[in-house]
Design a binder for this molecule. Sequence first.
Ligand code: GDP
Length: 221
Amino acid sequence: MNDDTVPNDLPPEWLEYGRWLFAQSCDFKIGATRMDQIPPSDVPEVAFAGRSNVGKSSLINALTGRNTLARTSHTPGRTQQINFFLLGERLSLVDLPGYGYAKASKAKVAAWNRLIRDYLRGRPNLRRVCVLVDARHGLKPPDVEVMAMLDEAAVSYQIVLTKTDKTKPEALARTLETLRGALAKHIACHPHIETTSAHKKAGIAELRAGLAELTGEGPSR
Ligand code: GDP
């Protein structure tokens, strides 16, 4: 499924390249809880952020075609670590800790903010942050705060809607409309909104292709 108002314009050979790239071996590198554990930024990198329970682990697993790469969790807000994976030695995938967990203490929220700010500051090869948003709920205040942080850090990001199988087409269209209005205020936000369902594998090929493009390599490799 694709948002056709702002098309990605990716030709079929890019879909094929995305499929090829995401079929490469994907290795867990490190789960970092402190800045000094974060590996060097030496290949293009894409990070995934989103509220706890948004479906981030499921999406990363769907993208890489592995069921257990990113651990899906039934206790949201528990892990505060940044997980690094290396895909085919060409693209670093980064699973940022979930945010916006209602029961998180102020200290935990502050720790999250500090870790993420430090991470963003030290990543020259970070090409894009995918901000995952539940298609049923649209943007929530914690998402807007994270987007403001990314605008301030001048880090390119895009919205990826998750769990679209749980919405009716009309509701999804309304959510997209509201989102487009909201995104216009965010300078670092890419206008393309990817609509995905990890469960139905919808939008996964398109997202793979869009992320593969960020490696700076392509179908003519
Ligand atoms: P995370 O906390 O953001 O990593 O979210 P998870 O990937 O662990 O998913 C949270 C819950 O949402 C789990 O119960 C998943 O089965 C469910 N979920 C994730 N993706 C989808 C999806 O595409 N469709 C539906 N219907 N449920 C999903």
